[in-house]
Ligand binder design. Structure first.
Ligand SMILES: [Zn+2]
Length: 110
């Protein structure tokens, strides 16, 4: 079962709501049980959300490599590769972040 703090949105997993919200300190009464269908959507999306987080992290690494390669600037061929990598990694990271935002707004997160 999942419980949502109505004060701050914190999601708690467990048979009952916590005595106090770990995030904002709101009392147990402030927690609302999340409906079963929403809970299912959250559970279904968990893996995808994690994959987006992994991808975002990896693209940040690619950006660091592309920056280092651009700075190194050995020859035009290398510069071309690093600049393309930078553009692609930036776009993928931004798209992944947008998907995560959509999931949060559609309650596919928790
Ligand atoms: Zn809270």
């Amino acid at each position: 079962m999942k419980w949502k703090c109505s004060a701050c949105g914190y999601i708690h997993d467990g048979d009952s709501a916590p005595d106090f919200c770990p995030r904002c300190g709101a009392p147990k009464e402030k927690f609302e049980k999340i409906a079963a269908d929403i809970e299912q959507i959250m559970d279904r999306s968990k893996k995808t959300n994690q994959l987006h987080m992994d991808l975002t992290h990896m693209m940040t690494k690619v950006l660091e490599i592309a920056e280092a390669g651009t700075e190194d600037n050995l020859d035009p061929g290398c510069l071309n590769v690093f600049q393309k990598a930078k553009k692609a990694a930036w776009e993928i990271r931004q798209m992944s972040k947008a998907e995560i935002t959509v999931h949060i707004n559609k309650q596919k997160w928790g």
